[in-house]
Design a protein around this ligand. Structure first.
Ligand code: SF4
Ligand code: SF4
Length: 463
């Protein structure tokens, strides 16, 4: 039996030779090259003693550039780990072939998880334009080259406006298509999103938020809450909004997003932020799912303008234009009925430690992660606090928050913005208890101690 318990794959071209992984490794597995450099001119990390690796992941955790992927024994692809690798990308098996990587635990950034999950979920096409802090989505797809395996199209469009209109075309033909961008880029897409909602075209959007307004900053923010949950463009419509708080949820919400998009023929947005997009965590990627065949699309999407089945049905027209106001009102009423169905059936949330509490923190995404730490500090100080995390920001879990507010003295919303979700919480609570907001702006994330301070202010007001 081999002594090897782990193996690492290093993205040698990305490595900057900082030596942190070499120092962090408890088994002296790693070393920097002494006679070779990568294309940036850096000595790079490699497995000098591959047999000693115990798969502890310390190297991957300390690497500031996410260059290292650790494989546990039994899941490691057979590779010579001392040879040069172009990327950390895993080989993509043929979806028709048995998937041996289903339960493999990997370490990667949230943005990378989105890209991996897209390929695994049978995505037909990605159209996007690079912008910090989400560029790794497109970069990872380019590294993985899914067009050579699953046939998924990956295209860097000339702009965000082009990207969203490619989504309109792809979704209109029944394809699983997606884009990703950050805040200001998503703002540019709003016309197309409104067209898609009006024409009932499914599509998946990922917004890895950065601070605004305008070009703002490249640091994390949650200041697109209003833009995402109020439609964002013109007209009466809603986008289904999912808010991940981990790399795992970044991966999980891709398939969920596609399923909701097609179930309701509506755009779905994964509203992430620079923290979740850039942080590295363990993730189990979803199993591979083959892309749908043209016949399956024709069957599942009888509304699609895909050029198939014309002998069996009439011509399908995808448009949001209707010049007859009576017809337009009828269409709007139909959309409103659909949105009500979404509200009735698709609310998702997580309530953590919400029994026998005095105060409730309501937070989503990365703010919820930070709030967990704040809650444990507050509990150590004797406060009784729980966390309510909306997972769907639209539809918003208003009934659940209304129910919960009956049992607490006050609510604190923690957001990385000037106070946006707080209005939805106040609307749900209907004045029953005080609702405070705490947030930081400009790309600064809240500190857990600051949140505890805000809880203390709420406590002082409600004692
Ligand atoms: S996984 Fe652990 S033992 Fe293996 S190379 Fe990395 S730090 Fe060393
Ligand atoms: S920590 Fe990352 S960047 Fe630094 S030497 Fe190791 S692999 Fe390279």
């Amino acid at each position: 039996m081999s002594k090897i318990k782990g193996a690492v794959v290093v993205n040698t071209e990305r490595c900057k030779g900082c030596n942190l992984c070499v120092v962090a490794c408890p088994t002296q597995t790693l070393a920097l090259t002494t006679n070779e450099v990568n294309h940036k001119g850096y000595a790079y990390c490699y497995e000098a003693q591959p047999d000693t690796c115990i798969g502890c992941s310390s190297c991957a955790i300390v690497c500031p550039d996410g260059c290292i992927t650790v494989y546990k024994k039994g899941s490691a692809p057979v590779r010579k780990t001392t040879e040069k690798y172009e990327s950390t990308a895993q080989p993509i098996p043929n979806p028709q072939v048995e998937d041996t990587h289903e339960s493999e635990v990997l370490l990667m950034k949230g943005n990378e998880a989105i890209a991996h999950a897209a390929i695994r979920c049978g995505c037909d096409g990605y159209f996007g334009y690079p912008i910090t802090p989400q560029s790794e989505v497109l970069e990872t797809l380019a590294e993985l080259k899914p067009w050579e395996t699953t046939g998924m199209v990956v295209l860097q469009a000339e702009s965000e406006v082009a990207s969203i209109n490619m989504l309109y075309g792809g979704g209109g033909s029944g394809k699983r298509v997606m884009t990703s961008s950050s805040s200001v880029g998503i703002a540019l897409m709003q016309e197309g999103i409104s067209y898609m909602a009006g024409a009932e075209v499914p599509g998946l959007l990922v917004n890895v938020q950065r601070g605004g307004p305008g070009l703002g900053t490249i640091q994390p923010s949650q200041s697109d809450y209003n833009q995402a949950t109020r439609g964002g463009g013109n007209g009466d419509y809603n986008v289904i909004v999912l808010a991940p708080n981990s790399v795992q949820e970044m991966a999980d919400f891709v398939d969920l997003g596609f399923n909701l998009a097609f179930k309701y023929r509506n755009p779905v947005m994964i509203l992430s932020d620079g923290v979740i997009g850039q942080m590295m965590e363990k993730v189990v990627l979803p199993p591979y799912k083959a892309r749908r065949t043209e016949e399956e699309i024709a069957k599942e999407c009888p509304w699609a303008a895909n050029g198939h089945g014309l002998k069996k049905r009439g011509v399908n027209v995808i448009t949001s234009l209707e010049l007859d106001p009576a017809n337009m009102e009828t269409h709007n009423l139909h959309l409103q009925e659909k949105y009500q169905q979404v509200k009735d059936n698709e609310v998702r949330y997580e309530a953590d430690g919400c029994e026998d509490i005095d105060y409730l923190i309501v937070a989503f995404g990365s703010a919820a992660r930070i709030s967990q730490k704040a809650i444990s500090i507050a509990q150590e100080q004797g406060m009784k606090v729980g966390l309510f995390r909306p997972i769907t920001l639209w539809p918003f879990p208003e009934k659940e928050i209304r129910e919960m507010c009956q049992h607490v003295k006050g609510i604190l919303t923690v957001e990385i913005n000037a106070g946006q979700m707080v209005f939805d919480v106040r609307a749900a609570v209907e004045g029953r208890v005080p609702v405070h907001h705490f947030g930081r702006l400009g790309g600064i994330v809240p500190d857990p101690d600051e949140i505890v301070g805000a809880l203390r202010k709420l406590e002082a007001e409600t004692k």
